[in-house]
Design a protein around this ligand. Sequence first.
Ligand code: ADP
Ligand code: MG
Length: 606
Amino acid sequence: MNAAYPKMQLERRKIRQLDEASANRIAAGEVVERPASAVKELIENALDAGASRVEICFAHGGKSLIRVVDNGHGIPGDELALALTRHATSKIDGTDLVNIVSFGFRGEALPSLGAVGRLSVTSRAVGEDEASFISVAGGKIEPPKPAALAEGTRVELRDLFHATPARLKFLRTDKVEAQAIGDVVRRLALAAPAVSFRLTDESDGSLRELFRADRETGDWFDALTGRIGRVVGPDFTDNSLLVDVTRDGMRVAGLVGLPTYSRGAAVAQYLFVNGRPVRDKLLTGALRAAYFDLLSRDRHPVAVLFIDCKPEDVDVNVHPAKAEVRFRDPATVRGMVVSALRHVLAEAGHRGSTTMAGATLQAFQPGSGRRYQMDRLSAATVAASYRFEEPERVFGELLVSSARIEAVSDEGLARPLGAARAQIHQNYIIAQTADGVVIVDQHAAHERLVYERLKKQRAENSVASQVLLIPAVIDLSEADRSRVLDASGMLASLGLVVEGFGGRAVVVREVPSLLGNVDANLMLRDIADELESTGTTEAFEARIDAVLSRMACHGSVRSGRRLNGAEMDALLRAMESTPFSGQCNHGRPTFVELKLTDIERLFGRT
Ligand code: ADP
Ligand code: MG
């Protein structure tokens, strides 16, 4: 029947109970995937023991050595052997798997580690006169011996996977494994701001400190902010918004980055559920959704977010590594995260990131800023956080070409975006604020305004459309045509009326009035692209926003259009009162600001 199936396996053999060592090896397969997972388990144990100091040391990407030392409450000598056996834990009594307050509870980590490496534990429990030492190799536990240790616990794991060459082969290079360890340490350091952490690499006898964070004090938010500065960088705390929303017994709190302070990969997203670091698709999806129209697809928000809910509303016992969780009501959790983030992002309105001003300053400086050291801002952070588009081009020309000076009013001086003073290169508005200068990219800004207005009209079901005097007949590919026609109901609700027109053509009869004189042909092709890339998997609302965003792009004041003083001021005022106006729909800033102090620095006045 099934020739490929080995005959041997079809013969029934007797059922038997596996011994403890085999069971541990099997469990270890899930618990200890790589050195970083061992580090995670050991740090979690230290935190569960109430340690205020955790020191982690490793060599060769953790393959030859992992050592975690803590000053927690320790393990009494007569319980050491038990700690190394499977399903032995001091953290739960087994009656309640719901109210779990510790990181660990499965009693699997130590026995698993003992099954895949040479494990030893030295510990001195609070109140005991001396410490004890125990070791396990190849699944065999040696009897405990007295040892010297002032306090806490010291766990050492050597030669990870030495007995399972197959696993060893799957490990990456020492460098990559070391990075994974660093990542685990940083995530747990965020989870426990009141604990000191130190991570060192001890390969080849050298001792290199890779990360250090001293214990933070103050209330949770203060401590967390301090810790975030250490872990993610002070740049981030300066360029992020505080979130703290509690609703229906659930709290979403933390710092989220300004859209203009984004990354090229989703590397700086730290999510916690009830204090536990998680990698959860639902939550990263919610994060993406919140920034959806503030960032282009290849940019990723930076965030440190703690989601706290009632223990019964989330199951942490989904996977042995406990990095996954299952919410009882995923839709509510997602909705709450998205709306909390949207709210603070909207309130931040037109704020752009300070690294932007830094990039601007650097563009002005001879020798790329070597003469003036910008504090807390390196070229690398600017490059990493945002790709500034040829600032030399824009601002270099500014210095030599004649600006158009308008007869302007001082009315806007006290406003955040100031009073318009001039328009240069028919796209950049120069405005004066109380304490600086603002340069606005009029095309990017207008695109955002049109988009937000379209969204508002749609939400109110009042998108006004205008009938084209001459309907536009457009030839599309077969696939594009059917995608557009399938979406025609949705498009009509957005003021874009499209019908089939025989062959491969469609006809555009009406467009949203807000867009003014658009090139219907170009716009429809862009929308067809958008429909293709969002596919049908995206939520309906997300697709609508994507389409609106494309429309706005076509309806905005193109660069090249001259604006008079009143028009410029009107644009600035509209930006101030429009949510999310600090960045265009692709996450580029709509304006940069130079403070007077920055300008003075340029001239060496300070
Ligand atoms: P779990 O953490 O799920 O309980 P582990 O196998 O990781 O299971 O640890 C077993 C037990 O050993 C823990 O319940 C705890 O009592 C004790 N233990 C392990 N590590 C430490 C430590 N660093 N300090 C104090 N006790 C520890
Ligand atoms: Mg544990």
